[in-house]
Structure formats: C-alpha cells, structure tokens
Ligand binder design. Structure first.
Ligand SMILES: Cc1cc2nc3c(=O)[nH]c(=O)nc-3n(C[C@H](O)[C@H](O)[C@H](O)COP(=O)(O)O)c2cc1C
Length: 229
C-alpha cells in the first residue's frame, strides 16, 4: 500500500515534542508510525502543506485547468505543474492521512489551497455538460482509496451532538470534497481543549491517541485481509 501523509498546521513541531507544538501533527505522526511499525514495506509520501502551502488558484490557473490538455500552451503546463504533481501523489495513494486543525471553524487556508489544487477537471473529477443526468462524476471512485482526518481544536463540543457541532466546518467540508472525487471511506479523530491547556486537554489527547491506535489497528487488519484475498 501507499500512504500519503499530509500535515497542514502552521505550527511546525508536534505537541509531544514541543510545548507549543501541533496536536494534529502529533496524531498524524502517531498514525503513520503505527502503520510503519506493522507494514514497513509500504511506501509513505509526506507532504507538509502547513510549512509549504501550495499556490492559491489564480486566473491563469483556471484558464489552464479548464483548457483541454491537447490545447494547452507551454505557460499553461507550467502554471499547472504544482497541481499536477499534487494530483499524481493523490492518484498514487491508497490511504490519505491528513492532519487538519480547526482555524476559524474551518480548515486552514493551507489545506484549502491543497484541495483547490487537487480538485481538477479531467484528472480527479469528470465534467461533461452534455452528459444526461449528472454532468459531474468522481474519477477516484472504485479505487479503494480512503481518507483519515486528524484534527485539533482550541475549544470543545465540536463533535456530532456537541454544543458547537453546527459550527464545525472542518471534517464535513474535507469529507464532502474528497467524496466528490470518489474517496468516500472516511474516518476522523480530534483533540479538543487546546486553548485551556488543563487536565481536559490531557484527557482529550489520551482519548484521541487511543482512538488513533484503534483506527490504525482496524485499517491495518483491513489491509492484511485485502492482501490475503
Ligand atoms: C488562526 C487560528 C484560528 C483558530 N480558530 C479556532 C476556532 O475557530 N475554534 C477553535 O476551537 N479553535 C480555534 N483555534 C485553535 C486551534 O484549533 C488549536 O490551537 C489547535 O490545536 C490547532 O491545531 P494544531 O495543534 O495542530 O496546530 C484557532 C487557532 C488559530 C491559530
């Protein structure tokens, strides 16, 4: 299998190594280390969009992306080079493990820039306005890809049923976009209470780490079963 490990926190270090480090990096690293320990032969690609954000979409990018590949001029290929590389990485991955913290109720701009670069007509979704019924179709469907989102929040109560669940636009937005591309197998875990830095944060970290271990164990079992089939 091939893992694509993405981090998007602006904080470069992990909270298990540094006092003001990132919790989402801590969780994504934990998941990947668990995976690597059991399946050292699997390929892991790391993409740190928190430290090296992809370029945002521009008018030239849109012009290039919506020009048919055989009609593209040299400058269009150059403008799309970064996006093409990110799409190639996504196409090669079986499992995407993304650290995506909550910034102002949504995903960080760094991760949104990543998404804007991988949602590409003709590469990750199809569009044909002449197609009867639904002119859009997901090009990554049926490839067995799955997505794990590992998040962190300063406040609490953002999980389903919580006091602020209605304001959480992180997991739902990421899930919807990847679902649009055809990646519909989705799991998530989050740490809360970062802003409080008290025993509730410690309890949330412990619970999230246990949930990550469970999730990694479950997905490792699935991978082993698929390999044996
Ligand atoms: C720019 C910014 C905006 C934030 N907005 C929210 C928010 O809307 N709700 C919330 O609960 N926490 C918010 N936080 C707190 C972060 O979600 C929290 O610090 C989290 O742990 C950051 O992820 P990281 O630990 O992976 O860096 C915000 C933090 C920053 C830096």
């Amino acid at each position: 299998m091939h893992l694509l490990h993405i981090d998007s926190s602006a904080r470069p270090d992990r909270s298990d190594r540094s006092r003001y480090g990132s919790h989402s990096r801590r969780l994504s690293d934990r998941f990947v280390q668990r995976w690597r320990a059991i399946r050292p032969e699997d390929r892991i690609t790391y993409r740190d969009v928190g430290q090296s954000p992809p370029n945002p979409v521009t008018a030239r990018w849109i012009h290039a992306a919506f020009t048919k590949p055989q009609q593209r001029e040299a400058w269009m290929h150059a403008v799309l080079a970064e996006s093409d590389a990110l799409v190639d990485e996504l196409l090669a991955a079986d499992l995407i493990v993304a650290g995506v913290p909550m910034y102002n109720f949504g995903m960080p701009a760094q991760f949104k820039a990543y998404i804007d670069n991988v949602v590409r007509v003709g590469r990750t979704f199809g569009f044909d306005r002449a197609r009867p019924g639904d002119p859009y179709w997901p090009m990554l469907a049926g490839m067995g890809k799955r997505l794990v989102v590992l998040s962190a929040r300063g406040d609490h109560g953002y999980d389903p049923g919580g006091r602020q669940a209605h304001a959480n636009h992180v997991e739902s937005a990421v899930r919807d976009v990847f679902g649009y591309l055809g990646v519909t197998d989705f799991d998530s875990v989050a740490i809360e209470y970062d802003e409080f830095a008290d025993e509730r944060l410690n309890a949330s970290i412990a619970a999230a780490e246990a949930a990550v271990d469970d999730l990694a164990g479950r997905l490792l079992k699935d991978a082993a079963a698929r390999a044996a089939a």
